[in-house]
Design a protein around this ligand. Structure first.
Ligand code: PLP
Length: 277
């Protein structure tokens, strides 16, 4: 059965969902999106993702053109029509057909259901190796569709045999291309950059969970501090928590996933109702 996609007021078959070549997303890369996952057929943290979607749209002066309730109704109908559990939902909004860039008369809104690849068992059990790279995302709190640097860096990842990248600016850690970054200090404090990053929904949930039992700090982390941390991990909607065991070839802590990270992985899975990937 071909799946349905919602495109500008219509539910249409995926293969017929086309937008104009004049669309600003293509012409100028002017678009925002959000992505949430389904547990069974139930959206996970829908309200938080909608908050961020409306925030990103407002930051780029893009009218969503639908109230929150209308958007929720559209999502509900799409899930009901498609019946594909445990997938993800993408909300995408662009500037619409090319304009002078000052106002956006007819933005393009697309809502689609997509499969996503959860992290492999070995990533979860053994952790990943990452490399650092100097870069700062533009308008970092906006979830824009700009992943130019991340795609451009793929050959470097292959060359270095690394699993991911962490961006830093002048030695201050920011985030990974599609995840937020945390360290666990020697005193078992959880630390994550508080500024110049996308406020990830998973990041927020991890901060909330960890605040109940321990200390969490949102502040700058130098690359040096990260290299000397007891543990490190990354967070995102598709990956949840993945331990980081090496940065730039240097082992973090004992070079294997640490206890604090493993406890949080379990707690987050329980909190989200995701028993296993
Ligand atoms: N940072 C960036 C740049 C991202 O693109 C993402 C997710 O795609 C994240 C962080 C993690 O955010 P979330 O936990 O909401 O998936």
């Amino acid at each position: 059965m071909p799946r349905l996609v919602y495109l500008n007021d219509q539910f249409i078959h995926e293969e017929k969902a086309a937008i104009s070549y004049l669309d600003l997303s293509f012409q100028r890369g002017y678009a925002v999106f959000d992505f949430f996952r389904l547990v069974g057929n139930e959206p996970l943290h829908l309200e938080d993702h909608l908050d961020r979607f409306y925030f990103s749209a407002a930051e780029l002066r893009l009218p969503v053109g639908k109230t929150r309730d209308e958007l929720k109704q559209i999502i509900k109908e799409l899930l009901w029509e498609n019946e594909i559990p445990n997938t993800g939902v993408r909300l995408q909004l662009s500037g619409g057909e090319y304009s002078n860039g000052a106002e956006f008369i007819s933005p393009t809104l697309i809502i689609s259901q997509v499969e996503f690849t959860p992290p492999s068992l070995s990533m979860l059990e053994e952790g990943i190796q990452i490399i650092s790279y100097p870069h700062q995302r533009q308008l970092p709190q906006v979830k824009s569709t700009d992943y130019l640097m991340s795609i451009w860096l793929q050959p470097l990842l292959t060359q270095k045999k690394a699993d991911d990248i962490v961006y830093h600016t002048s030695g201050l850690i920011r985030e990974c291309p599609r995840s937020n970054f945390f360290i666990v200090s020697a005193t078992e404090k959880l630390i994550t950059p508080g500024d110049q990053v996308l406020k990830g929904i998973t990041r927020m949930k991890v901060i909330q969970l960890a605040s109940m039992s321990g200390m969490v700090e949102e502040r700058e982390i130098t690359l040096e501090e990260a290299l000397n941390a007891k543990e490190a991990f990354i967070t995102s909607t598709t990956r949840q928590i993945v331990p980081v065991v090496q940065i730039d070839g240097k082992p973090i802590g004992y070079g294997k996933p640490g206890r604090v990270t493993k406890d949080l992985m379990r707690e987050l899975r329980r909190h989200c109702g995701i028993e296993s990937e």
